[in-house]
Design a protein around this ligand. Structure first.
Ligand code: SIN
Length: 518
């Protein structure tokens, strides 16, 4: 299908829970909505991959609020936290339960799950694959909605701006592009996993929305707070620990993030323990809450114990793992790992707590631009996000932004000319650049950082961005724009981290410089 110029009241870019919620609320507010997603299947979205669930108040908003603020290490915005907590139960009931008919685990009383840094069990879930049980019906619902048009396999390349106002975006499909003029534009493009070698995000998380907004002049905030999940599958079966030598022979080693999947915090919430290669349980030495300490603390401890002893594994002996987590059991088995022998884990990039700076209705600093979900910085997460608040934030801010953005009329403006003098890139160009970028981010802008490393990272990333920019000046292709997105985003993270003089939450400074990456 050829790409044609279009106009719409509300353009939503991204089809995770945040984008879907914005589209739903926009349609409810009377707007005609265009939802553009570069995904061709719903599973190409971080929301779809979300495991743990959706936190609700269980009638005790004060406790929920206190847990969010505590996990955020003093950097959350209390007003934003109030909005999240005060809207949580109603939004979940309205959209997930009544509109989409999601059946969370549990009969008359929900089977509330517990995760790290939550003072009580308050998480609604469907097995450990909540995201897919929420997102699939959400997309189906919108596909049937008269006021919503979903454009699949359609990427946004650039925002259309004039005198500080955003008028839509240049959309691309099958190598053709055309402007989509919109009364308001909501970015819901997700995270930045593609900036790191190991991430729990899908490959499509290339930071597009953050880069587009930054290039258009929008304000960003808290970009240094990149959250690493402590227990992503480590890519290898347990090796020569004191446990079964046979288990060592199984599994598909990859070590570079391929095949990584998340072992939800819910597993530790149900009693799983973390042990090092010497089979020692180490978390009590790092934090009074042991395995249920805040995520940044556990991630650093797992990293330290892997460095010290060579391996960390999740001991699921204290629970009936197969019965409680059938989906995760199947994932382990696919990789030849018997969970009862211990599941090897390592930290992996998981969530960006910062992003496009927005107010409590998702409004960014540019007129008629909104951002929701992981690409946005609402202030809820501060320096470290509390588990199972991301789908909730996506839902709450998606609804608020969609409603606020739904009342504007599109206006046509002159659009930038995107050039395509030579559609071919040198062989291996994108691959080589993104491997280099990921190495720099892993080595210099990871869980532990030093001022020297952050300086080096910026120097290398600036060079990389310059090389990519030289091509985007004369060529237009989705992969090139995605690469530019990761370069811009990585540089923003490195720069923000370098400006931060103290450790806080996910931004952890150490004295010792780490290894050379370039
Ligand atoms: C998990 O299930 O551990 C992830 C949940 C989250 O990131 O909030």
């Amino acid at each position: 299908m050829t790409m044609q110029e279009r106009t719409t009241d509300l353009l939503v870019v991204g089809s995770g829970v945040a984008g879907c919620a914005a589209a739903l609320a926009g349609a409810r507010a009377g707007a005609d909505v265009t939802l553009a997603t570069k995904a061709t299947r719903p599973e190409e979205s971080t929301s779809y991959w979300a495991q743990g669930g959706v936190a609700v108040t269980r009638g005790d908003p004060e406790a929920f609020r206190a847990d969010i603020l505590e996990a955020a290490d003093g950097a959350a915005d209390p007003e934003a936290v109030d909005v999240l907590v005060d809207s949580a139960d109603e939004a979940v009931e309205d959209v997930f339960v009544e509109t989409l008919g999601v059946e969370f685990d549990g009969d008359d009383i929900p089977d509330y799950g517990r995760e790290a840094a939550h003072s009580e069990a308050r998480i609604l879930h469907v097995d450990a694959s909540t995201g897919k049980h929420v997102l699939a019906p959400f997309l189906n619902h919108l596909a049937d909605h008269d006021a919503v048009e979903i454009l699949e396999d359609t990427a946004a390349l650039e925002l259309l701006t004039h005198e500080g106002r955003v008028h839509g975006a240049m959309l691309e499909r099958d190598g053709e592009w055309a402007p989509c003029f919109a009364g308001a534009t909501v970015l819901a493009t997700g995270g930045i996993g593609a900036c790191y070698g190991r991430s729990t995000n899908p490959e499509t998380a290339t930071g597009d929305g953050i880069a587009m907004a930054a290039l258009a002049g929008a304000d960003l905030e808290d970009m240094e707070y990149v959250q690493f999940h402590p227990t992503a599958f480590a890519g290898e079966a347990p090796r020569a620990s004191k446990r079964s030598g046979e288990a060592a022979e199984r599994g598909e080693a990859d070590g570079d993030g391929q095949g990584t999947f998340l072992l939800s915090e819910a597993v530790r919430g149900e009693g799983a323990l973390l042990r090092n290669r010497d089979d020692e349980r180490f978390m009590p030495e790092y934090h009074a809450d042991a395995e249920l300490a805040p995520r940044d603390v556990v991630a650093r401890a797992v990293e330290a114990e892997r460095d010290r002893t060579g391996e960390v594994y999740l001991d699921v002996g204290p629970l009936d793992f197969e019965a409680e987590f059938p989906d995760l059991t199947a994932e382990c088995e696919k990789r030849g790992v018997d969970p009862t022998e211990g599941i090897p884990v390592a930290p992996a990039e998981h969530f960006l707590c910062g992003g496009i700076d927005v107010d409590t209705e998702g409004r960014a600093s540019l007129d008629r631009l909104f951002a929701v979900g992981e690409c946005a910085r609402t202030g809820v997460h501060g320096a470290n996000r509390l588990a199972s608040t991301s789908l909730l934030e996506a839902l709450v801010w998606g609804l608020r932004a969609g409603e606020a953005a739904g009342g504007f009329e599109a206006e046509k403006i002159e659009t930038p000319e995107l050039l395509d003098r030579d559609p071919t890139l040198p062989e291996g160009f994108a691959e080589e650049k993104s491997v280099r970028l990921r190495r720099v981010m892993d080595e210099y802008v990871g869980i532990e950082r030093t001022p020297e490393d952050l300086g080096r990272a910026q120097a290398v990333l600036r060079r990389l961005k310059g090389e990519v920019d030289a091509y985007t000046r004369t060529r237009t292709s989705r992969s090139l724009y995605e690469l530019r997105g990761t370069c811009v985003t990585a540089l923003l993270v490195a720069r923000a981290a370098a400006e931060q003089e103290e450790s806080r939450g996910c931004h952890h400074l150490v004295e010792e410089p780490t290894a050379d990456a370039d």
